[in-house]
Design a protein around this ligand. Structure first.
Ligand code: GRF
Length: 313
């Protein structure tokens, strides 16, 4: 298995979600390890637990510190610990756009509501006041908008007739501890798991006009409705161990040139290679999705009937 992803957890208090992640990470086969717990409050109870569990900690009181300065310090500690992704677990301080830019989509958070409902604080009281029948929790990617980043997954929790904000919070917390470790595992492997890679390819391919997914030779393939193929997704096809998207080049010359220029990215696929298709590997650990998108677009155009190819999109 590939190296484990290195996680830094940011907390401000109790740290029960932090504990759930730490213990989940001990399970055989967990794709991440917790390498640093950092806090903006040296008194945060979770720090003691992290230390007792042998995890490095960093704490600095944030009161009065300008946001950019504090976040830069935090960021340098996270880099020093060689952190790959950051998990917020009850971190009660907004992160600056500079910090988020630097960690570029690699920060996730758990929030005690079914987002997009009840962003911010006091979620349980608000759910009860609204007469909701269910509450729950969400794990999302952190963006500059408070609790507004893409939702990765959620768990629903029933609301009982005699629930108080406290009793509901306690039950939602149990759900949080189930949800967060699982979603973090999916998140850190999203660039390597074939099913996750396919999901992204599918999303990109199916936004093209009249695109549809079919199966061809046992693999997911994308074509223009009832017409020609413009992409094949292959994973371990005939046991080759490769996960890739196959797209159509203008012909043998372009194909050879690309493979020559970037032999770790491109290859000549069996069978389809003869008719100008090229394989673009998606299993390198970091995929340039913009590039994949451009290729799908180009491949779509190469096979699109005139009436479609002329569409401005
Ligand atoms: C949790 O309810 C979490 O959803 C929210 O803050 C709380 C933190 O609790 N973001 P803990 O410190 O993980 O116990």
């Amino acid at each position: 298995m590939a190296d484990k992803a290195r996680i830094g957890i940011l907390i401000s208090g109790r740290g029960s979600n932090m504990a759930a992640l730490i213990y989940a990470a001990r399970r055989d086969g967990c794709p991440y390890e917790v390498v640093l717990v950092a806090s903006n409050d040296p008194e945060a109870a979770g720090l003691k637990l992290a230390q007792a569990e042998g995890i490095a900690t960093f704490a600095r009181r944030d009161k009065g510190a300008p946001r950019a300065e504090f976040d830069a310090l935090l960021s340098s500690e996270l880099h020093r610990a060689d952190v790959d992704h950051i998990a917020l677990a009850g971190y009660m301080r907004l992160l600056s756009p500079e910090f988020l830019g630097e960690w570029d989509g690699g920060v996730v958070n758990i929030h005690p509501s079914l987002l997009p409902k009840y962003k911010g604080l006091d979620t349980h009281r608000r759910a009860l006041a609204a007469g909701d029948e269910t509450a729950g929790c969400s794990v999302h990617v952190v963006t500059a908008e408070l609790d507004g980043g893409p939702i990765l997954d959620q768990l629903e929790v029933a609301i009982l007739p005699d629930d108080t904000p406290q009793s509901l919070a306690a039950r939602v917390l149990i759900a949080e501890h189930q949800l967060y470790p699982r979603v973090l595992a999916e998140f850190v492997t999203r660039e390597t798991r074939p099913d996750a890679l396919l999901e992204t390819v599918r999303r990109l391919a199916l936004t093209l006009p009249e695109a549809e997914e079919v199966r061809s030779h046992g693999t997911p393939a994308f074509r223009i409705k009832g017409g020609k193929m413009f992409g094949y997704f292959q994973s371990n096809h005939h046991g080759d161990g490769i996960t890739a998207i196959l797209v159509k080049t203008s012909g043998g010359e372009e194909q050879a040139m690309l493979i020559d220029a970037e032999p770790t990215l491109y290859y000549r696929p069996a069978y389809l290679g003869q008719s100008g298709w090229i394989g673009m590997r998606l299993d390198s650990g970091t995929v340039d999705w913009r590039h994949v998108e451009q290729w799908l677009d180009k491949s779509w155009r190469a096979v699109a009937p005139k009436r479609l190819a002329a569409l401005p999109f």
